[in-house]
Design a protein around this ligand. Sequence first.
Ligand code: NAD
Ligand code: UGA
Length: 426
Amino acid sequence: MDISIIGAGYVGLCSAAGLALKGNKVICADVDPKKIEKINTGEPPIEEPGLKEALDSTRDKLTATTDINDAVLRSSVTFICVGTPSTDDGSIDLSFVKAASEAVGKALRGRGYHLVVVKSTVVPGTTEDTVLPIIEKSSEKRAGAGFGLCTNPEFLREGSALEDFLNPDRIVIGEFDRKAGDALAKLYQNFNSPVVRTGLKTAEMIKYASNAFLASKISLINEIGNICKSLGVDAYTVAEGVGYDKRIGRAFLNAGVGFGGSCFSKDVLALTHKAKETGNTTPILDEVIKANKEQRKRIIELLKKKITLKSRRISILGLAFKEGTGDVRDSPAVDIVRYLLLEGASVVAYDPKATDNFRKIFPDINYAETARQAIDRSDACLVLTSWDEFRSMQDADFEGMKSKIIIEGRHVLDTNRVTGFEGICW
Ligand code: NAD
Ligand code: UGA
């Protein structure tokens, strides 16, 4: 199939690469010319395992442009994959989705039937109440007869985005009508995953419910973990014991410094705002977000029990919101560094992939080339991302510290190799 993808970020580009690997012809369109240039030279603008190889092996199938009109014209299916950030009050910012919908609609004017698929995460009702009327107006066509409309939420994780796109736990197809749903189902026919076909609004809700459950699971295990620490109980043995229960499962029971990333907080907040619009309250989800914020403060409180922070040199190992990515959006490290600076500490940070992105937020802190360089001469060390290279660290790596105060938030240091450190929940 000939596919165009509007928005070449994590979701757009990884979907594009995945669909090209499946044999489709894909054209990415983005408003950012730097991204487009990189993609066209085979250089992924984001760090994702396998993405470079995928771009290399699909050069004849995957191209990129800043010309949205041209991208749509050269395809029969268009995926909208632009960002849906939070506004200041936490509700969803649909400005990119609206702009993309209008551009797609304009391109469709005077053309034959074309399938438009919303892959961006949008609150229930958005595709029908916002995207559909915009496309109808700008295309001068009617949904159903003139163009098809689906919503197809994406469940990939950063750090394994391409692999997740190609092997999803499920494919959710929200369809305006059967014709549109059939066309999208055909596109996914060579994927080996269960398919849930439903209405537009239900598909949108499935995405929010999934992220809300995952975020809740983390805040709950963190709360359990904090209690475990006070009781002298090992939170990870508890997670193992609990995780064997098939109704619960072991995944997402890693207690620590909490969730970050571009989506959990923003999506849970967007859902709570949508809930209020419908006259519902969300006490559980409100607390999930609050508890996650508190967890970031908790590591500072633990540190303050050991030393005063003013004029201390604190090393931070791990800036990315999770291992395997250079993304620092809503990373726990962002809040934690901010707290440290407010307390008058100086910070020296190390991350194998996220330093450039972190530097854009904190240009004036010190950055080290290696973990050991960051640790040397520091008064305390906080471990905030579970990079594999931290797993093999040993006592010798911490020898250069002024005082051996290590608090870790990701259960990544090996107790057989490093002695005397404290965990946030263990
Ligand atoms: P991103 O910020 O990495 O990429 C969005 C891209 O859209 C950017 O490159 C931006 O330049 C481009 N863009 C903005 N307006 C545009 C327009 N009018 N026309 C063309 N391009 C435009 O975002 P992302 O992380 O890929 O997320 C995209 C959507 O997918 C969001 O709704 C997000 O919630 C959802 N999602 C993200 C993930 C993830 O892991 N990042 C996973 C599942 C779903
Ligand atoms: C998450 C979801 O897992 C994806 O299914 C979803 O598509 C995506 O959000 C989205 O909508 O954007 P992602 O944020 O990339 O994916 O990464 P996760 O692996 O879910 O991790 C999120 C955060 O939770 C990280 O900070 C991670 O360290 C933290 N986490 C995860 C824990 O603290 N404990 C755990 O047990 C698991």
